[in-house]
Design a protein around this ligand. Structure first.
Ligand code: SAM
Ligand code: SF4
Length: 365
């Protein structure tokens, strides 16, 4: 094979997924001075460079060498929707292979929070979730998780202080890349986001929760509970066929014991499915004696599914029942209702219709 062909075929290394120590080793192996690794890491993870060209304190020849060897994972903006209802923005990004992922920026009094995706698609099959309709396409690389935040900071000029891993995908089904992401985004030489300001949500993969409990993190774990009995949970979430509710709750208890971090239970309220008095009683049995917080999320309608949210009045009634039993509970405030749709919907539209058609649909909306 000729040299030109070889270059074209050779896959470039994913430089944004390297920790600072790994990058330092790479640079040392390439015969570069140690401080170069520091400079490059800063460009990538603090100054949020999108190209080596921008790294103006490196020599032109080093920049060219880096460009030949490495790639800064492409996370290209395809669509930005700005809510008129509240300070929320939704972003659709295209990855190197044409896959699309969604991220959301929510501005609060206490700071800016970004919700990121951890996979392209999801294989968990929860009945009310748009993210799983096309199945799992692939895991996101650590760089692709990080760069959703970096791109949003750069596009909006806003500093991000909080992260929720609650977009498309199951983070514990992409364990290694997810854990690396947590380490890197909270590292002092990177964005340095406090782990206490990071929440990761899981559908309840027991071995993943137990492993995460041993990582020494201070992140909040949110469990997508959605039902107070094993039977009902199974009807909403196929993952419950694999892990019994009692096992999942025991794993959450272990997470709390090891980390001291109170668990959040997420409960998507679906009219006539899990919002009855009996459902509230089941939930009280689980949460009444635990140090936890319950987040009630009136279900977002998904085009392909027929689930309906309860009326505001019924949601409040459900909340009151829990509160009367001393449970710490909130109804999640809806953000970006005019742009949002259910999580994964925007990406679905593009996947189903192709870019041009999706543009039409969005305009028509
Ligand atoms: C999209 S998931 C991603 C994180 C993880 N895979 C999980 O299930 O927890 C984040 C949260 O959104 C919830 N969710 C998914 N589809 C929803 C919908 N249509 N309406 C309300 N919440 C939904 C999930 O149940 C979960 O609690
Ligand atoms: S709710 Fe979470 S685990 Fe379930 S299908 Fe959606 S993204 Fe996957």
């Amino acid at each position: 094979m000729g040299e030109i062909m070889e270059k074209a075929v050779r896959k470039k290394k994913d430089i944004c997924s390297y920790t600072y120590e790994e990058l330092a080793e790479e640079m040392q192996a390439a015969g570069e001075k140690t401080f170069r690794a520091k400079q490059i890491y800063q460009w990538l993870h603090v100054k949020l460079a999108d190209s080596f060209e921008e790294m103006t304190n490196l020599s032109k020849s080093l920049r060219e060498k880096l460009d030949e060897e490495y790639q800064i994972a492409p996370v290209e903006l395809v669509e930005r929707q700005i809510s008129k209802a509240d300070p929320t923005e939704k972003f659709l990004f295209e990855l190197e292979d044409g896959n699309m992922v969604e991220s959301v920026l929510m501005k609060y009094d206490y700071g800016n929070s970004v919700c990121i995706s951890s996979q392209a698609g999801c294989r968990m099959g929860c009945r009310f979730c748009a993210s799983t309709i096309g199945g799992l396409i692939r895991n996101l690389k650590t760089s692709e998780m990080l760069r959703q935040i970096y791109r949003i900071q750069k596009i909006t000029g806003e500093r991000v202080s909080n992260i929720v891993v609650m977009g498309t995908g199951e983070p514990l089904d992409n364990y290694d890349n997810f854990v690396r992401f947590i380490r890197m985004v909270s590292a002092p030489e990177g964005l340095n986001i406090s782990q206490r300001n990071i929440t990761a949500s899981t559908c309840g993969i027991v071995p993943g929760i137990l492993r995460l409990a041993e990582e020494g993190f201070q992140i909040t774990l949110a469990l997508s509970l959605h039902a107070g009995t094993q039977e009902k949970r199974k009807s909403l979430m196929p993952v419950a066929n694999k892990y019994e509710l009692s096992e999942v709750l025991a794993a959450c208890d272990t997470y709390f014991e090891k980390t001291g971090r109170r668990i959040t239970f997420e409960y998507s309220l679906v009219k006539d499915v899990n919002d009855t008095d009996e459902d509230a009683a089941d939930l009280i049995r689980i949460a009444g004696h635990r140090n936890c917080h319950i987040n009630l999320i009136p279900v977002n309608p998904v085009r392909e599914r027929s689930y309906v949210r309860p009326s505001r009045q019924n949601a409040l009634k459900f909340q009151n029942k829990l509160e009367k039993n001393g449970i710490n509970v909130t109804i999640r405030r809806e953000r970006g209702s005019d742009i949002d749709g259910a999580c994964g919907q925007l990406r679905r539209r593009y996947a189903a219709a192709g870019k041009e058609k999706a543009d039409e649909i969005l305009r028509a909306d």
